[in-house]
Structures are given as C-alpha cells and as structure tokens.
Design a protein around this ligand. Structure first.
Ligand code: ADP
Length: 265
C-alpha cells in the first residue's frame, strides 16, 4: 500500500487539511513482476533454439557436411529448430494482438457438428500414426452458433494437438458438444493421456508454463497454446477449464455463450 499525503493550504488559515491517497501497489507490483518474467521467458525460449542452430551449423562447417548422412541429420535439426522458432514468434504475435484487442471477433454462423468433424479430420493423420481412436459427439439440440470460426478453430487445434501430444499410442480422444443452461454451449476435448499433476493445474494456462519443459519442446510445443486458447475464449465472453487425473487423462472444456447474429459479445 502506498500512502501519499498532500496538505491543503488556505491563505488565511495556513494548512487546513490533508488529502491522503491510499494506493494499492501490490497489483501494480504483481503486473510488473509478471511482465519481467514474460520477457525473461521469451528471451530464454528464443535463445535455446538459436544456440542449437549455431552449434549444429558450426559442426557442419567443421566437417560434418562431408559425411552425407550426418550432414543431413544436422540440417534436419536446424530446420526443426527454425520451424519451432517461427511457431513461437507467430504465437507471440498472436498473443500480443489478442492482448491489445487488435484481433476483433468476426462472428459468423457456424455449424458446430461440421466444425468438430473438421477438426478431427485435420488431425486424422497424426492420430492414425499413434493408433489413437477419435470420436465426435454432438447433442442433437446443437446446430449453428455465432462465433469467430478462425479463432475457435485455433482453440480446437491447440486442444486436439495437445490431446494427441500427451496421449500414448493406442489411446482415445473424444470431442463433444452439449447445451449448457441457461444459454451456453460446452465444447470439450477429452483424452486418455498422461494427465497433469494436481499441483500444476493452477498455473497450466500461464504463458510458457509446462509440466515438463523438455518433453513439450521435443514435441515442438511453444508453451503458449493454452494461453492463446484462453484469450480467444475470453474474447468470446466464455470460459475455459481443465480437469485432469494423472495417468488417466485430461478434459478441457470451453463454454461459450450463445449469441444471436447481430450482438457483439
Ligand atoms: P505446449 O506447447 O507445451 O503444449 P500448452 O500451453 O498448449 O503448451 O500447454 C501447456 C502445458 O500443459 C503442456 O506443456 C503440458 O505440460 C500440459 N498439457 C496441455 N494439454 C495437456 C493434455 N491434454 N494432457 C496432458 N498435459 C497437457
């Protein structure tokens, strides 16, 4: 708490009173602290792939290029790291646009069963590679909803790609939608994956927070998928929640208010 005292002067009486301003600086300090953490995280996340790229490029320069197979492997690593950096920068730009409200919603009437079938189709190849079975279940009462299709597709892509990343071969993923009273729709992505320890659940939507940094990086993750999903859902006036049981699976549920055509939020 910061206290600022300002005396009130009156010509004839000298000081006749004092204005006290009480300011809660804990919130300000918290924001400043999280801004500092964010900058440190971004720097670290960019530095890691850059260091890898540099050392593999040096190894190629120092002779690895002469051995065809080794050379190809090293070039592959450089390409993977570069792609991850591009994904990271793209995610950061997206977050910054969401933070500054520069990503206005373009709501359109969207057929929910179709939208969910399409997300399952987009990932069918990846799921088949891991022998993961997928199902899409939509309550009959649900047909079209007004939402920003591109942005909600991004949310669904992030959730389904996480479900695949963190589910072992032979697992199951269920994408479902149901009505939630009084006037919302709940879309959930449920997997039978590795789950998340209880102690991590509270921070899982924080930027760059991962249960296992090395595992996430190896899978090509940026640690920003869930934060982006949360911002997009918030912009729709909705909520996102995650429920998980270690070694059993995770369910992420997005609740979106049903909004009629012309309304903005
Ligand atoms: P990442 O790019 O690391 O996947 P996210 O923001 O999408 O970043 O997710 C943050 C972290 O939450 C992940 O690193 C992982 O530890 C955990 N996580 C997210 N989804 C799941 C899931 N379906 N099952 C288990 N862990 C998950």
């Amino acid at each position: 708490m910061r206290v600022t005292l300002t005396p009130i002067h009156r010509r004839e009486h000298g000081i006749s009173g004092t204005i006290a301003v009480l300011q809660d600086i804990t919130e300000q300090e918290r924001l400043e602290q999280s801004r500092r953490e964010f900058v440190a995280n971004v720097s670290h996340e960019l530095r890691t792939p850059l260091t890898t790229i540099k050392s593999y490029a040096e190894a190629l320069d120092e002779g690895a290029m002469d051995e065809r197979e080794l050379g190809q492997r090293f070039v592959g690593v450089i390409r993977n790291e570069t792609e991850r950096m591009i994904r990271l920068v793209t995610d950061l730009l997206h977050l910054s646009r969401l933070d500054s409200n520069q990503a206005p919603l373009r709501r359109q009437q969207t057929n929910v069963p179709e939208m969910l079938e399409e997300v399952a189709d987009r990932f069918s190849f990846q799921m088949r590679k891991k022998s993961i079975r997928a199902s899409v279940r939509v309550e009959d009462a649900i047909s079209t909803v007004w939402l920003d299709r591109d942005q909600i597709d991004q949310v669904l892509d992030n959730l389904v790609s996480n479900a695949i990343k963190y589910t072992l071969d032979g697992g199951r993923i269920e994408i479902a939608a149901r009505r939630q009273e009084p006037s919302s729709i709940a879309i959930s992505v449920k997997d039978t994956g590795i789950g998340i320890p209880k102690r991590d659940l509270g921070r899982i939507f924080d930027r760059f927070y991962r249960v296992d940094k090395a595992r996430s990086r190896n899978m090509g993750g940026t640690g920003l998928g869930l934060s982006i999903a949360r911002e997009i859902v918030k912009a729709h006036g909705g909520t996102i929640a995650l429920d998980s049981e270690l070694n059993e699976g995770t369910t992420v549920t997005v609740v979106l208010p049903l909004i009629a055509g012309g309304e903005t939020s």
